[in-house]
Design a protein around this ligand. Structure first.
Ligand code: 5RP
Length: 221
């Protein structure tokens, strides 16, 4: 089974978690796109979607799915999104597509985070995938120096601007033994909008695509 087939498998499985007649949080990236397509082809009726990026909002609308602003909504029972790396405890690296800040906001509001990934994303320790950090443009060099002091190797994602008008630093070589502590530390640097570590608010359910089918993991809290 190819990686895309595994993504499609978990995208379809995630439909089981959709709460009808309620708002649905929808993430970004290729796996989330498969989920949007599966949702559009299903008979599920939702109140509408809250999108974590402009691209996701456009894809939802193209399928005729209503999209509203988060400020108009107070209760999101479920948020479905992918990840770049994740552990069995539900900690994730996200932001490969650059939508990390809006993803983290929608995830914060949602009561349940359903993470859909193919098996290549599951790791014992986070950090092989470069950690994205969204940064206010004028703080880019300062934040990069602070990250170097922490042992990381930051690279500016050239030519890319986030939906919020900011830049991304992709950081390699960081030791991520304690994801919650590192998330707090990086978020504490002046000029950082969001770090792509999702450890304080991790996944509640992981749907892992494997050649044998979907493995469902519910991390212990
Ligand atoms: C975007 C994300 C995505 O969830 C992450 O990059 C995974 O993408 P894909 O499903 O294409 O592998 O965090 O900011």
């Amino acid at each position: 089974m190819t990686q895309d087939e595994q993504k499609q498998l978990v995208a379809r499985e995630a439909l089981r978690y959709v709460v009808e007649d309620a708002w649905l949080g929808v993430g970004s990236g290729s796996t989330a796109n498969f989920f949007i397509d599966a949702l559009a082809n299903s008979r599920l009726r939702i109140k509408g979607a809250i999108a974590s990026s402009v691209n996701t909002a456009e894809r939802l609308k193209a399928h005729g799915i209503d999209v509203d602003e988060l400020n108009n909504v107070s209760d999101i029972p479920v948020y479905v999104d992918g990840a770049d790396e994740l552990t069995a405890s539900g900690a994730m690296i996200k932001g490969g597509g650059g939508a990390l800040t809006r993803e983290k906001i929608v995830a914060a509001v949602a009561r349940k985070f359903v993470c859909i990934v193919d098996q290549s994303k599951k790791v014992d320790t986070l950090g092989t995938f470069p950690l994205p950090i969204e940064v206010i443009p004028m703080a880019r060099s300062y934040v990069a120096r602070e990250v170097v002091r922490m042992g990381g190797y930051p690279e500016w994602r050239m030519g890319f601007t986030t939906d919020n008008g900011n830049v991304i630093l992709d950081v390699s070589d960081l030791r991520i033994d304690d994801p919650v502590a590192l998330e707090d530390r990086i978020n504490g640097i002046a000029g950082v909008v969001t770090v792509g570590l999702f450890a304080r608010r991790g996944a509640d359910v992981i749907l892992l695509g494997t050649p044998a089918g979907v493995e469902t993991i519910v991390p212990k809290r």
